[in-house]
Design a protein around this ligand. Structure first.
Ligand code: CMP
Length: 139
């Protein structure tokens, strides 16, 4: 059965460009409840750990560079079928391939600076949520 939680980050480009409010509004309008949220800036060490699975990819250096370039907003979201529904809401990784009306289509600038992250599985939603939040941060 699909889980009811996912993890998201509003990435440095979207924060820098003033899109936090608009993105959170779309997330709420799509029926997600925010159960934990923080604004922070990742260190190179933290970003490397978060994106460990991508370490061997050619874009890893660019990814870490970018994700540490400014503040991000991290959150745990709750809704039935959260992981799949959230990935539909944000659109394809490459904003040029993202559906009209999706968060990446509206706010992303490139495949690297793609505005927002969404967990790709229930298992990763738990791992990623635990990376940023302890139990007492969750409401
Ligand atoms: P996300 O799916 O949130 O997590 C992995 C990130 O790696 C992805 O978003 C993009 O920001 C980045 N990424 C994926 N593919 C590429 C690529 N070809 N070039 C640069 N960055 C990429």
């Amino acid at each position: 059965m699909a889980g009811n939680k996912t993890f998201t980050m509003i990435k440095p480009d979207a924060v820098e460009n003033g899109h936090i409010g608009a993105i959170l509004e779309k997330i709420n309008a799509a029926g997600f409840r925010i159960v934990a949220m923080t604004m922070t800036q990742l260190s190179v060490k933290q970003a490397g750990k978060f994106y460990e699975v991508h370490r061997e990819r050619p874009f890893f250096g660019e990814l870490v560079n970018y994700m540490t370039s400014g503040p991000i907003v991290a959150a745990i979201l709750e809704k039935d079928n959260a992981v799949e529904d959230f990935r539909t809401l944000i659109g394809a990784t490459d904003p040029q391939k993202a559906e009209e009306g999706t968060i990446r289509k509206l706010y992303a600038t490139s495949i690297a600076a793609n505005a927002i992250h969404g967990s790709d599985s229930d298992e990763n939603a738990v791992i990623e949520g635990n990376f940023f939040f302890s139990q007492r941060d969750r409401f």
